[in-house]
Design a protein around this ligand. Structure first.
Ligand code: FAD
Length: 394
């Protein structure tokens, strides 16, 4: 009996989407090679909060995908000793409308999600940093996880190489794709299937195809605080009321309109900058906080300290931390889908070449990529077909 050769796959991009594709393809028996233009990942996947965030998606298939992704994070963290915290998330309520949305959310999710409301005294037990004055209670969800993206995204390639034999070509920009080939300059590499997960560099390959897509780029400003003095721990990822207006899962609650009205009156400046605040603590005690959301194809490379002040200002109404000393600030950019209909972009650019981008609409790649990648490779989620766009311009 002749031994059949393994099918081969090339993945372009070693952010979370490319790494998740590499894992799912390797699990399906492919021999996988990953290309990234940089020496190591420096894109959205290392610039985020590192929250695995099921509370950010609506009930149904996306919630199931988030839970499956979390399973894979669990497996990876256990195998590699990568730091993670099954911390859950806590949204603090200081206004009646926020409290009403939380109670409605808990009612709507009974038997579906592990969430409940907490009294102020219970909040203090779970999250001692939450401001006491004016606190009405909080929503606690135990689904959420935190990893430190800088550690996790850089440990994933080594795990994929060791466990599955995935090969990585770092500092090799892919400049052209035409199935079954990808080119990096004049060098050509072949594979049975090709997946493109190039994040915000989406226009580099198949530019005409992307001109027709409802996609843009979202810039987010972020800060990291110095380690909090021991023994202080934040506990869950902590958010304020603005977060509920931001995520789909809360939009069906009857009191959401009332909450939105008040936010528009009191926080028009924050809403204009797309600010909703979250704080997540890593294993070193540092707290990552953010964020703002600006949309457009081209962003200024400069960060606005006024935006950072707004983020910190709002967060101070929610959290009373031992130290607010800022260690770092930066921005990240992700590819953002704009039609409001799709929760990811999975496109067949040409037979044998699939683009995977805009996961969770763009802002939930850490939460959904592992599960999405499995669905794509296993054929549960079929790529949208579009006409080939490889024709050269004369
Ligand atoms: C500030 C911020 C906070 C966020 N917080 C969260 C969060 O808490 N939870 C969550 O679930 N999601 C979060 N997100 C969203 C998440 O980070 C993104 O959805 C995800 O990182 C996108 O992954 P990606 O692989 O598509 O992109 P990237 O991480 O940008 O990776 C793309 C890779 O492709 C490579 N590449 C591009 N073009 C080429 C080429 N031609 N040849 C070779 N290589 C190429 C790049 O070098 C890059 O490494 C956040 C995003 C930001 C910016």
């Amino acid at each position: 009996m002749s031994k059949t050769q393994a099918r081969t796959a090339i993945v372009v991009g070693a952010g979370i989407v490319g790494l998740a594709m590499a894992r799912a393809l390797a699990e399906a028996g492919y021999q996988v090679t990953v290309f990234d233009r940089h020496e190591r990942a420096v894109g959205a996947s290392v610039r985020n909060f590192g929250t695995v965030w099921p509370i950010g998606v609506a009930n149904g298939p996306l919630y199931a995908r988030a839970l499956r992704s979390r399973e894979i994070w669990r497996e990876f963290c256990a195998a590699t000793g990568t730091w993670h915290a099954p911390s859950g998330s806590l949204i603090a309520a200081f206004h009646e409308d926020e409290w009403a949305v939380m109670n409605e959310y808990v009612g709507m999710n009974e038997g579906i999600r592990p969430c409940r409301t907490l009294s102020p005294a219970q909040v203090r037990e779970h999250a001692p940093g939450v401001v006491s004055q004016g606190l009405l209670g909080a929503l606690l969800s135990t689904d959420e996880w935190v990893v430190d993206p800088r550690e996790a995204i850089r440990a994933l390639p080594a795990w994929l190489a060791e466990r599955y034999g995935v090969q990585f070509h770092w500092r090799k920009a892919v400049t052209r794709v035409e199935h079954p080939w990808v080119w990096s300059g004049h060098r050509r590499y072949g594979a049975d299937v090709i997946y493109i997960a190039n994040g915000t560099d989406f226009e580099t390959l198949y530019p005409e195809l992307f001109e027709r897509q409802a996609i843009t780029k979202c810039k987010l400003q972020m800060l990291r605080l110095e380690a909090q003095p021991s023994p202080f721990r934040l506990g869950p990822v902590v958010c304020g009321g603005l977060t509920m207006a931001h995520y789909n899962g809360f939009h069906a609650t009857p009191s959401m309109a009332r909450l939105r009205e008040r936010l528009a009156e009191q926080h028009a400046d924050l809403l204009a900058l797309g600010i909703h605040v979250m704080a997540a603590q890593n294993g070193l005690g540092e707290i990552t906080i953010g964020d703002s959301h600006e949309y457009g194809h081209t962003h200024e490379p400069f960060d606005e300290s006024a935006i950072n002040r707004q983020i910190v200002g709002y967060l101070k109404s929610v959290l009373d931390l031992p130290t607010w000393s800022v260690k770092q600030s930066w921005h990240g950019i992700y590819a953002k889908l704009t039609d409001g209909k799709r929760s990811e972009l999975v496109l067949e650019a040409e037979p044998g070449v699939t683009i995977v981008n805009g996961v969770g609409g763009g802002g939930l790649g850490m939460t959904l990529s592992f599960g999405l990648a499995e669905e794509v490779v296993q054929g549960q989620l079929r790529p949208e077909r579009c006409e080939a766009s490889t024709a050269s311009v004369s």
